[in-house]
Design a protein around this ligand. Structure first.
Ligand SMILES: Nc1nc2c(ncn2[C@@H]2O[C@H](COP(=O)(O)OP(=O)(O)OP(=O)(O)O)[C@@H](O)[C@H]2O)c(=O)[nH]1
Ligand SMILES: [Mg+2]
Length: 424
């Protein structure tokens, strides 16, 4: 529950993974060479409560009621088809994958790079979309490949697993959860996977085909994936997009141009334009003559116009923020705003005073009010009195946090050292 969410960018070489991460990465912070932070936009409650002027995020930022909340991102080394048959890269890929909660599959939709990431023309990106799922399944979960995760842990031991399952009269979920726990499966996840699979036959009668189906459903639950169809600014993209849109679930596809996003942000940082991220709004000195924006020379002006024509006006935005939003959505993460003062939404006394909605924490679906207290601070848990939300409405300890009650103030008993004793 306490664990922070990690999203991994995967895809073949030169698909645009690193560009995509840089684009979502403002201000830039790198934790490890392949690990960084991106910022996901949410509607900040400061807008609803007229507190935009005093909204003061401790991390990330809030612009006109759009709150950018940090999430951990992994840049997974480009995987070349077949390369994972040798050890090296494939194992690194699996290690990275193991820590990820969701995947962003960056696909070069322009067809200008081949399966290995080399320059070409007319390559069909549908190959890449199918390939990645196949790659994860066959390399990580193959029931016949001795180097895969599941082969070692499931297939080989299956006889023993079945005997124990029958002897201990365990539930299917319990038995499978033990087997899948090494891949980060909780009982809830295994429960969802069984519901999704529709498999009702008793575990002791499952054959290889059933096991394959189980693994398929496990993958879908374990690695929710959003596909970023990247490089939409290039010529052949449009044709491929139409084809792909017909074939796959559109809710999991987002059109992106990481290059355009990086360009616009760079131009903004250098003072040439104002760019409202996630939208098609770009303003230059021509639009805002009284501003302190720098004037554009002909070359820059043309480049900006091209980005507008090829990306912003055609598709509505560069798509980079939408990918992050969708990824957080499929995970069901909920932004929670812990405050000390439920009336002015500040974090209480001392030098921290003043700013509203300082903290925003993304929690997993199903997190209760009391569990969140424990996540915030041991002291709040230890000296817990009660929790309340806007309007001094008390929240029971076992209330599951939703977006309707995500501004929470905790009251603690005297004895808690520094924490929430403020009277309201
Ligand atoms: N036209 C265009 N080019 C892009 C876009 N995104 C990335 N690129 C270019 O594609 C090339 C590869 O981008 P990277 O971000 O390095 O790709 P990667 O997936 O990280 O590649 P590896 O690290 O080799 O696996 C670079 O030259 C980028 O500038 C885009 O949206 N449009
Ligand atoms: Mg890269």
């Amino acid at each position: 529950m306490v664990r922070e969410v990690i999203v991994a960018c995967v895809g073949k070489p030169s698909a645009g993974k690193s560009s995509f991460l840089n684009a979502g990465n403002y201000p830039f912070t790198t934790i490890k060479p392949n690990q960084g932070v991106s910022y996901v936009p949410f509607d900040c409650p400061c807008k609803r409560y007229g507190k935009e002027d005093v909204c003061q995020p401790r991390y990330g930022r809030c612009i006109n009621g759009k709150r950018f909340v940090p999430i951990q991102m992994l840049d997974v080394a480009g995987l070349v088809p077949g390369a994972s048959e040798g050890q090296g890269l494939g194992n690194q890929f699996l290690d990275d994958l193991r820590t990820a909660d969701a995947l962003i599959h960056v696909v070069d939709v322009s067809g200008t790079t081949d399966a290995g990431g080399k320059e070409t023309i007319g390559y069909d990106p549908i190959n890449d979309i199918d390939w990645l799922t196949g790659e994860i399944h066959s390399k990580a979960f193959s029931l016949t490949d001795p180097s895969s995760w599941v082969y070692n842990n499931l297939h080989k031991k299956w006889g023993g697993i079945v005997r124990r399952h029958v002897a201990t009269k365990s539930s299917v979920v319990d038995t499978l959860q033990v087997q899948f726990s090494g891949y980060g499966a909780t009982a809830a996840l295994v429960g969802r996977m069984m519901d999704r699979s529709g498999i009702k036959t008793p575990l002791e009668s499952w054959d290889d085909e059933t096991l394959h189906r189980i693994v398929d459903h496990f993958l879908l639950e374990r690695f929710p994936t959003i596909v970023a169809l990247n490089k939409i600014d290039l010529a052949d993209a449009e044709r491929n997009i139409t084809k792909i849109m017909k074939k796959y679930d559109q809710n999991k596809l987002v059109l992106t141009s990481a290059l355009a996003e990086n360009f616009l942000r760079k131009m903004q940082a250098q003072g040439y334009l104002r760019y409202e991220e996630g939208t098609d709004i770009v303003e230059t000195k021509e639009d805002l003559p009284d501003s302190d924006l720098k004037p554009l020379d002909e070359k820059l002006k043309n480049r900006i116009e091209r980005v507008q024509d090829l990306v912003l006006y055609r598709y509505g935005s560069t798509g980079v923020q939408e990918v992050l939003q969708k990824t957080v959505q499929i995970l069901g993460m909920i932004p929670v705003y812990p405050v000390k003062n439920i009336h002015n939404f500040t974090s209480g006394s001392g030098q921290n005073k003043g700013g509203a909605f300082k903290d925003c924490v993304l929690v997993w679906p199903g997190t209760t009010v009391r569990e969140f207290a424990k996540m915030l601070h041991d002291e709040i848990d230890k000296y817990y009195l009660y929790a309340e939300t806007v309007g001094n409405i008390r929240l029971a300890e076992d209330t599951v946090i939703t977006e309707d009650c995500n501004i929470i103030a905790y009251r603690t008993a005297p004895g808690a050292s520094s924490t929430n004793q403020e009277k309201t």
